[in-house]
Design a protein. Structure first.
Length: 123
């Protein structure tokens, strides 16, 4: 039934303008706004919808992953742009905030609404 439908994902943010600045300026994602909704235009033609929700509660899981070729370079650049990396119990990260165990190298951070994002590098 949906084989040829271009499905897309979406997530809530508490403030659309704040999210637009973060995703567009801090992360450098192409962002468009229409009817008070944001569309994040990602590589490969993927789009993700960000919509306002005044009583927003951040997701407790990673909502968006950004694959990179060099995680150390990505983490350093994000740090220069004011991004702070999260640390989680049982997932010991290095001094940069990168977890390098058991799978891809990964570093988690949050958007201004508290939603969890990551950069990750396949080894």
């Amino acid at each position: 039934m949906f084989r040829n439908t271009r499905a897309f994902s979406g997530f809530a943010v508490r403030d659309v303008e704040e999210a637009k600045r973060f995703y567009g300026e801090t992360l450098g994602v192409e962002v468009t706004e229409e009817y008070g909704l944001l569309r994040l235009h990602l590589a490969g033609g993927t789009e993700v919808l960000a919509y306002p929700k005044p009583d927003h509660t951040p997701a407790t899981f990673t909502i968006l992953n950004f694959p990179v070729d060099d995680i150390d370079q990505a983490v350093e650049e994000l740090g220069r742009r004011g991004v702070r990396f999260e640390r989680y119990p049982g997932l010991e990260a290095d001094e940069k905030g990168v977890f390098r165990g058991g799978g891809p190298y990964i570093a988690w951070f949050t958007d201004p609404s508290g939603n969890i994002l990551s950069v990750l590098q396949d080894r």
